[in-house]
Design a protein around this ligand. Structure first.
Ligand code: PEP
Length: 269
């Protein structure tokens, strides 16, 4: 299996929940529950609302935890009221940033072309984009899922060189599974994640494709994570609701780390 060539990742998407003052306590509570392995077997990312990030970071020397944002401006600077640039995110210590989340596409009219611009801006600033793609229920019922997701992936990563795509994370998030309690079955999720890797392989090559982490997102929780993570092309999760509870998040982080450590031990190459 090729999982050893890429990072296992658990990323929490807090959306517009909690208060800035609660973020620090959350990090302190989570720290002792993070995997103790000397090898970094799972990248843990918390994507918080902007004002939380410096507070969550303050005084924390926790190297096992990276902070991320949930969106970024498509512009560099200037008269764009309410926007936050990639350079600003970098300056407050963000290592990752979600782009193209279905809620931004749906409620804020974010287009594929804007997603692509944001991906470029983030990479230029030294931040890894977590690119969200996923179909609606209607598209799934019409059997358009694989074609639609392939289209979204190609549009989001257009113009990236092999070194740049290796710094991106792709999250497959079927819209009908987000925040609904309906999870894609492990086989459904695996089929699409496999399709995403095939798209990357066709645009670059097999070496590049095997090094990109692909996550599943959509009502992932402690009871369904193990089956999803057992699939060869699912490298972790982008988690909304269940990332707001320390115990649930820690459970999924450790399940992912155990799986990744097992993969390493089982590798023959
Ligand atoms: C998300 O919004 O990225 C998400 C996956 O949410 P949830 O886990 O709550 O479905």
């Amino acid at each position: 299996m090729n999982k050893k060539y890429r990072k296992a990742i658990i990323a929490g998407n807090w959306k517009m929940n909690k208060l800035p003052s609660e973020s620090r306590a959350f990090v302190e509570e989570l720290k002792p529950l993070l995997p103790r392995s000397k090898k970094k077997v799972c990248e843990v990312i918390l994507c918080m609302p902007y004002p939380f990030i410096p507070i969550a970071q303050r005084g924390s020397k926790e190297k096992r935890l990276a902070l991320g944002a949930q969106d970024v401006s498509a512009h560099d600077s200037g008269a764009f009221t309410g926007e936050v640039s990639a350079a600003m995110l970098k300056d407050i210590g963000c290592k990752y940033c979600i782009v193209g989340h279905s809620e931004r596409r749906q409620y804020h009219g974010e287009t594929d072309s804007e997603v692509n611009t944001k991906v470029h801006k983030l990479l230029e600033a030294g931040i890894s984009p977590i690119i969200c793609v996923g179909e609606s229920l209607e598209q799934r019922e019409k059997e358009l899922t694989l074609d639609f997701v392939a289209y979204q992936v190609k549009a989001a990563i257009a113009g990236l060189g092999p070194k740049e795509i290796k710094r991106c994370v792709i999250a497959y998030e079927p819209i009908w599974a987000i925040g609904t309690g309906k999870t894609a079955t492990a086989d459904q999720a695996a089929e699409v994640c496999n399709g995403i890797r095939a798209v990357i392989r066709s645009m670059y090559d097999a070496r590049v494709a095997r090094s990109v982490s692909i996550l599943y997102g959509g009502s992932m929780n402690p009871s369904n994570c193990a089956e999803l993570l057992s699939k060869p092309d699912i490298d972790g999760g982008l988690i909304g609701g269940a990332s707001l509870k320390v115990a649930d998040l820690a459970f999924m982080i450790n399940a992912t780390a155990d799986g990744a450590a097992g993969e390493d031990e089982g590798e023959a190459e």
